[in-house]
Design a protein around this ligand. Structure first.
Ligand code: UDP
Length: 323
């Protein structure tokens, strides 16, 4: 298939593009390089530089490339930033999304796989979280993703577009080529590894008074390669609707730090700081639907293996991508 990948220079988009190219698909990356990196673009992909907030730029890329399908990663994705600047989240993630959906409809592109998130559930009624639970986001990031799910659902209902929402839990890990490099970095695993590399003095654990066994937040960490495989299964399928993507097991922030100490052999210093606004206690996926319907099976479920892959990448790229 010929697939237009928005945000293909970002963390999840770069790895998914790499694996799609490996499996014989043609990839056109549409990215504004605001937060993505030029060196995170696979050399086998075609690149179109453009911004989703500019309606003409995505319409022209869509009409020139006429892809069979779209994979939509381009978005802002930081919970803390969304709590201080909600408007940039709705402008980029919702208005940018509308421009994309409209361009697809205009050109007649009928299939989209959308990067959604477990943050759309907010504080879940129960864990593990299945797709049918109510979606009540506790931060603008999650709400912007939920809003675009709803918009796409209308494109499905009204225009027969095939719309797949992949609700990721905590994406992490790396391939040999591509890894995680955000500026500023806010995600726990890269931060812990930066401490191990001597680039930060310590990691701050944001709150130890949550309603969890050790008081720190529990998350479901899923390897980026497993996430990418789910995208390929989804784009090659005829299904529409939401799929949760996680391993189904939760690790606390303290367990992440401890596992990183074991993997790196460095005694990573950790202090407790205040809670981070917008963080629910526990997010763990029930991903049975993706397994049963898409035939998805995570191959790297162990947290130590996930951190090991990220550690190798960070050691090989101590300054990240440098662009
Ligand atoms: N976290 C932390 N210290 C940090 C960064 C993150 O304690 O420096 C916690 C954060 O509060 C959350 C978990 O680690 O409970 C995972 O956060 P991350 O930002 O990696 O992913 P998110 O769950 O926000 O998508």
């Amino acid at each position: 298939m010929k697939i237009l990948v928005t945000g293909g220079a970002g963390y999840i988009g770069s790895v998914t593009s790499e694996l799609m190219l490996d499996s014989g698909h043609e990839v056109i990356i549409f990215d504004n390089f605001e937060r993505g990196h030029r060196s995170a673009v696979d050399e086998r992909a075609t690149v179109v530089e453009g911004d989703l907030r500019d309606k003409e730029s995505i319409l022209s890329a869509m009409s020139q490339s006429k892809p069979d399908a779209v994979m939509h990663f381009a978005a802002y994705a930081l919970v803390p930033e969304s709590m201080s600047q909600p408007e940039i989240y709705f402008r980029n993630n919702v208005i940018g999304g509308i421009n994309l959906a409209e361009a697809m409809h205009t050109v007649g592109v009928k299939k989209i796989v959308f990067s959604s998130t477990c943050a759309t559930y907010g504080v879940p009624e129960r864990v593990p979280i299945s797709e049918d639970l109510p979606q009540k986001p506790t931060n603008p990031y999650g709400d912007s993703k939920l809003t675009f799910e709803k918009i796409l659902q209308w494109y499905h209902d009204l225009h027969g577009m095939q719309t797949i929402f992949l609700r990721y839990f905590n994406a992490c890990g790396a391939t040999e080529k591509f890894g995680e490099d955000h500026d500023p970095e806010t995600h726990i695993i890269p931060i812990v590894l930066q401490v191990a590399l001597g680039q930060r003095e310590k990691v701050f654990i944001c709150g130890d008074d949550y309603n969890t066994p050790d008081g720190t937040c529990v998350r479901d960490y899923i390897h980026i390669v497993d996430l990418a495989q789910a995208h390929i299964l989804a784009i090659e399928s005829d299904f529409s609707g939401p799929f949760n993507l996680g391993n189904g097991s939760g690790y606390s922030v303290k367990q992440v730090v401890e596992t990183a100490r074991e993997v790196t052999g460095v005694n990573i210093t950790a202090d407790i700081s205040d809670r981070r606004p917008g963080d629910p206690d526990t997010l763990i996926a029930a991903a049975d639907k993706a397994r049963e319907v898409l035939g998805w099976k995570p191959r790297i479920p162990e947290l130590s293996d996930i951190i090991e892959s990220a550690w190798k990448w960070h050691q090989a790229h101590p300054e990240g991508y440098n662009d």
